[in-house]
Design a protein around this ligand. Sequence first.
Ligand SMILES: *Cc1c(COP(=O)(O)O)cnc(C)c1O
Length: 383
Amino acid sequence: MHASTPLSPATTAVTAGRPPREQGGPVNPPVVLSSTYVSAGTPGPGELLYTRNGTETWTPFEVALGELERSALPALVLGSGMAAIAATLALVPSGGRVVMPRHSYQMSLALTEDLTVRHGWERELVDIADTEAVLAAVRGADGQGPASMLWVESPTNPMLEVADLPALVAGAHEVGALVAVDNTFATPLGQQPLAVGADVVVHSVTKYLAGHSDVVLGAVVTSDPSLRERLATFRTVHGAIAGPFEVWLALRGLRTLALRVERSQRTAETLAARLAEHPAVAQVRHTSLPDDPGHERASRLLTGHGSILGLRPRGGAAAADAVVDRVRLWVPATSLGGVESSLERRRRFPTESVTVPEDLLRLSVGIEDVEDLWRDLDQALRG
Ligand SMILES: *Cc1c(COP(=O)(O)O)cnc(C)c1O
């Protein structure tokens, strides 16, 4: 193969972060379980010393995710998606201003609310799909000064609003704001925010990247060496680290990312189209549907429409709860992005944003047979 031909992300997910190809060598990296390393005298640059600072078992996953996100530098893996979000938000100075989607992941909202009080921040919540409103908030009102950071989630969890990311990045950079993107929903197969100029990408690795609902992990990615250094320091001094074995499992999960995403996305499109015709359904949200508010932008900016569906059955919250009670194959559970299909009514959490409808079910489509998933959903909706 010609060296200048870039590999497809589906290939990179399989090939990146492998040990050197040599006779008798393993094809997978080993798991090293050691809290400390032999070390005398002044440690050299990059020398392994103590596992909170770094361990070789993180590196293959970090290299692979960095390549998938088209970063010049390896990612940094952390103990959870929230640890990755906390590390990124720590880039905002005290007294800073943060603009973020009103329908961000609810714990991201809880964390910024706390930081607003403790660090004297201002926080402005916006409809991330409304580009003009977002950029006005980033520029700031008269006498307010520009935002320190624009936080983006696209599509949002659970409302599936789609941001015009290239326009937001350009506008935010004009006034010197950092742009951080939670890319958990889209995955690096759906969009690569760094390639359109975003400064930091965060992931809940727990979801699609690891993909099997068996680990909780997070990651940050940036192409800026000084930002990466600050994020790495946060990880070390706050101790927000991942266990080596969990990271090894995440790398194994990452190998099948493209297969899982392609399959679950295709199934989600089929289910969305059928649900739109279902007599017991009041509304279904998936950007593959031509009349979905995010359809045009998602078709233009994202590769694929993802495998999260928003479903509002007829009959309100009680009807939504009844669907959750009646499914036999779909798993009633929070979280998403696993091989198994799952669903939940988001407003069962008192902390969920009040602008999320009471009757909204968030469905995470897995890789089971589409007809089995449909039959189970259909019987649960019919009651
Ligand atoms: C789950 C999730 C998180 C938090 O990640 P954890 O791994 O659970 O800490 C952040 N953002 C989004 C979009 C998520 O879905």
